[in-house]
Design a protein around this ligand. Sequence first.
Ligand code: HEC
Length: 101
Amino acid sequence: MFSARVIAAAALIAALPIAAQASQELATSKNCMACHSVDKKLVGPAYKDIAAKYKGDKAAPGQLSQSILKGSSGKWGPIPMPPNPVSEADASTLAKWVLSL
Ligand code: HEC
C-alpha cells in the first residue's frame, strides 16, 4: 500500500511543470515579458541570468519580490525597471519562479 506521504510526493512532482507554466502565464499577463525573456536579454536581464546571479542567496526571494513591486535600478545596467502593478502575492510567486529557472 502507498503511504500518504508517497502519494503527496507524487502529486507534488506532477504539479511542478504546471506551476512553472502558470507562473510564465502570470508573467505574460502582468506584462513582464514585454521587457524580459527567460533566456535572452531584452530591455531587462534574462530571467536565467537573474536566477544565476542570486543562486544560493537566501534573501533573494524577498529582495526580488521587492524589486518587482517597487522597481529596481543600477543593478543590471543603465535602464531602470519601473514599479509593476502586481499584488505582493503575485510578486512573491514571480520572484520564486524567476529564481527557479
Ligand atoms: C519596462 C520594462 C520592464 C518591465 C515591464 C518589467 N521589468 Fe523587470 N527589469 C527591467 C530592467 C531594465 C531591469 C534591471 C534593473 C536594474 O538594473 O536594477 C529589471 C530587473 C528585474 C529583476 C531583477 C531585480 C534585482 O533586484 O536584481 C527581476 C526579478 C525582474 N525584473 C522581474 C520582473 C517581473 C516579474 C516583471 C513583471 C511583473 C517585470 N520584471 C517587469 C525591466 C522591466
